[in-house]
Design a protein around this ligand. Structure first.
Ligand SMILES: N[C@@H](CCC[C@H](N)C(=O)O)C(=O)O
Length: 292
């Protein structure tokens, strides 16, 4: 794969959560954690919050079982080289790439992810993309999913939410309270997140309208996190007394992120739909040295 001409890549973002897209339809590329970290390095590499490797589901051992439902597998990696189950903004950018490459048209398609098959709708003429994100896993009852997050000596109660990947959602009075977020917030109890966690800090902006900052597992503070915005939406809805499965009425929230805006609906069947923009901004070739 690493020819003298290099390996093709594209760069894209969704609400400024940015990704290097590596088309590898036949799954031939050996993308090691070190190579991912080099590609995502913002000074010595291309720079990104993560990598979207585009592989045919039938050509990837983790996706083969989904090949009948979704032709393409989103092999998502965090900027530090770690593997994540799901990336919401990445799913929109992945779909935009398929459209850009002529592999999908506007309309409906399914993509395979480590969290399962996700349904996607691409609006016409470069419009927004909607992804069904699965349902949120929230602990209820005696264990209400309560955890604590801490930054620079301050702590906040937080809600544990699973969106295929792990989240801790803390409501704060002011987003500046979270400080510079240069390091991963501490989460307690220490056993709550054996595989690490994405932490969201949330403020209210109005009725069913919130804003967040996020520290992503494997990437640091980013400008947006789609799964994080969905976790926040569900935590905000429950705090506000809304539960679409129980109420029989869908709930829609606007979630502002530092890089833009996402609109998120929890349906009466519990499925969460996230709608937002996705853009391809550049194309090029990776110098083979970065991939060694
Ligand atoms: N930015 C993503 C989430 C990417 C994975 C996350 N850092 C993790 O490790 O779980 C999104 O838009 O959801």
């Amino acid at each position: 794969m690493t020819s003298a001409q290099g390996v093709p890549f594209l760069k894209g973002h969704g609400t400024e959560n940015d990704f290097v897209i590596v088309p590898d339809p036949d799954g031939l590329l050996d993308l090691s954690p070190a190579a991912v970290a080099r590609l995502c390095d913002r000074r010595a590499g291309i720079g990104a919050d993560g990598i979207l490797r585009v592989v045919r589901s039938g050509a990837h051992p983790e996706a083969r079982a989904m090949a009948g439902d979704a032709e393409w597998f989103m092999d998502y990696r965090n900027a530090d080289g770690s593997v994540a189950e799901m990336c919401g903004n990445g799913a929109r950018v992945f779909a935009r790439y398929l459209e850009h490459a002529g592999l999908a048209g506007p309309g409906d398609l399914a993509i395979a992810t480590r969290a399962g098959v996700r349904q996607v709708h691409i609006a016409k003429e470069g419009g927004d993309i909607t992804v069904t994100m699965g349902s949120a896993q929230l602990s209820e009852g005696a264990d209400d999913g309560g955890v604590t997050v801490g930054v620079e000596g301050r702590t906040w109660p937080a809600r544990k939410v699973g969106m295929g990947n792990p989240h801790a959602v803390a409501f704060v009075a002011d987003l500046a309270e979270a400080g510079r977020l240069l390091e991963a917030p501490e989460t307690l109890p220490a056993t709550a997140y054996p595989d690490g966690v994405n932490v969201e800090f949330v403020v209210d902006r109005g009725p069913r309208h919130v804003a967040l900052r996020v520290h992503e597992r494997g990437a640091g503070e980013t400008r947006s996190c789609g799964t994080g915005a969905c976790a926040v939406m569900v935590a905000a809805a429950r705090r506000d007394g809304a539960d679409p499965r129980r109420d029989g009425v869908p709930a829609t929230y606007t979630v502002d992120v530092p890089g833009g805006r996402l609109v998120i609906t929890e349906r009466t069947d519990g499925e969460i739909e996230m709608t937002g923009p996705a853009e391809i901004v550049a194309e090029g070739r990776i110098d083979s040295g970065l991939l060694l």
